[in-house]
Design a binder for this molecule. Structure first.
Ligand code: THU
Length: 135
């Protein structure tokens, strides 16, 4: 995608972030992705009293994309608060990898707007993906 519409992704991610269920960390995250069908899918983190069962915002957005019938991520934006960049965790980098290309843009945003842009390859170099498996 030549010029990803990060403004639309920012709007979707910042709108869903307050809906996050994060009573344990109190750290609410929103994620929005542009899919290959031209639709924006969003998700927020959903924690659990059994802590490891909690789900990240990126996982929610990817689930929404698959449930919505789309097949690939053209761009993704993560929205969170605090001084540090809210980059996807390692597991979510792999989740994104399943449906994205090495050059797929990953934008990191805070309340003031986009703070940083990476490619997926920068966040998850030399990654393992679907093509690694014999079929
Ligand atoms: N979290 C996300 O949802 N996405 C990220 O990119 C970073 C972290 C969530 C997981 C957990 O619910 C909370 O933020 C604190 O780690």
């Amino acid at each position: 995608m030549a010029a990803p519409d990060f403004a639309a992704l920012f709007a979707a991610a910042s709108r869903i972030q307050p809906r996050a269920y994060a009573p344990y960390s109190r750290f609410k995250v929103g994620a929005a992705l542009l899919a290959d069908d031209g639709t924006i899918y969003a998700g927020c983190n959903v924690e659990n009293a059994a802590y490891p069962v909690g789900a990240c915002a990126e996982a929610g957005a990817i689930s929404a994309m698959i449930a919505g019938g789309a097949k690939a991520i053209s761009a993704i934006l993560v929205f969170g608060e605090g001084a540090e960049l809210v980059t996807p965790c390692g597991a979510c980098r792999q989740r994104i990898r399943e449906f994205a290309l090495p050059e797929t843009p990953v934008a990191i945003a805070g309340p003031e707007g986009v703070r940083a842009r990476f490619t997926l390859e920068e966040l998850l170099p030399a990654s393992f993906g679907p093509a690694n498996l014999p079929r």
